[in-house]
Design a protein around this ligand. Structure first.
Ligand code: LER
Ligand code: MN
Length: 271
């Protein structure tokens, strides 16, 4: 498994990112602490200086494993499941930019917060099917560029579109794209799943990436999630992908980043 930390080059309304607004510092610390790589949460891929990024990645011996895309919705209000077609297309355009960047970096692209929320419950089914078509468009675009797309179920207090891993897996099976996989976030699982182990066994074949955050969104080990049990199931299903530390910068960025790597090192070494 690869040890990954979630960073954001810009200050973001989305809180669970470390070194938000200072990518150089985040990359430096990630390298010094011994992470294998990073996940970047981006608003718009065009805003990133990819040459400078590649230089820093090689300096600190890091890789980009994932590009998170929720800021397109949280900051700009464009989502793949928006009621207005124009907003869906804007979100799709951003996703294509993320996929282009991911192709250069060898990263996967996450469909999490960019789904947004469906406000009109009367038209829920119709809007849902438009959103599903958007996911298909993203997958088709990414397939040509050999980029993996990750569908991340998110808890009910943040979205009303795909909350559980089973719901995510059903959509993946229905759409049938070879480059579409699941991302399991332990924070959302704590709120939505009946059990960690059982569901991970069920979705194992579809799983491409994992986010580790404790029950309170702090770094693992600072809440009550059973990471030992989760890790054992991940080993059982042969999961060998990225495990991203996606946590609040509390009590501070450095403290959370250090706890994340210390926890992962301990977990991986003692099992
Ligand atoms: C993003 O990875 C995430 O976990 C969500 O909480 C975003 O809303
Ligand atoms: Mn997540």
């Amino acid at each position: 498994m690869k040890k990954v930390i979630s960073l954001s080059p810009t200050k973001s309304g989305f809180g669970q990112l470390l070194y938000s607004g200072d990518l150089s510092l985040g990359l430096k610390r990630a390298g010094e602490l011994g992470y294998d790589g990073v996940e970047l949460s981006l608003r718009d891929a065009k805003e990133l200086d990819s040459k400078a990024l590649q230089h820093q990645l090689s300096l600190y011996n890091l890789r980009v494993y994932g590009i998170a895309t929720g800021q397109t919705y949280y900051n700009d209000g464009f989502s793949l499941f928006a009621e207005e077609g124009e907003k869906r297309l804007k979100a799709l355009e951003r996703m294509k930019g993320h996929v282009d960047l991911a192709a250069q970096l060898g990263a996967a692209v996450i469909i999490g917060g960019i789904r947004g929320k469906i406000e009109s419950l009367v038209d829920y089914d119709e809007i849902f099917s438009h959103g599903k078509e958007m996911i298909g468009e993203v997958c088709r675009y990414a397939l040509d560029k050999k980029v993996m797309i990750l569908l991340e179920p998110i808890n009910r207090y943040e979205t009303n579109i795909i909350n559980t891993l089973a719901e995510g897996m059903n959509i993946i099976r229905e759409l049938g794209y070879a480059n579409l996989r699941l991302l399991a976030d332990t924070f959302h699982m704590n709120l939505e799943e009946v059990s960690y182990g059982q569901v991970l066994l069920e979705v194992g074949p579809c799983l491409g990436y994992v986010h580790f955050a404790d029950s309170n969104r702090l770094a693992p080990g600072w809440g009550h999630t059973d990471f030992q049990g989760i890790y054992q199931t991940l080993c059982e299903i042969g999961f060998d992908g990225p495990v991203g530390i996606e946590v609040l910068p509390k009590p501070g960025d450095d403290e959370a980043a250090k706890q994340g790597i210390k926890f992962l090192n301990h977990l991986l070494k003692n099992n």
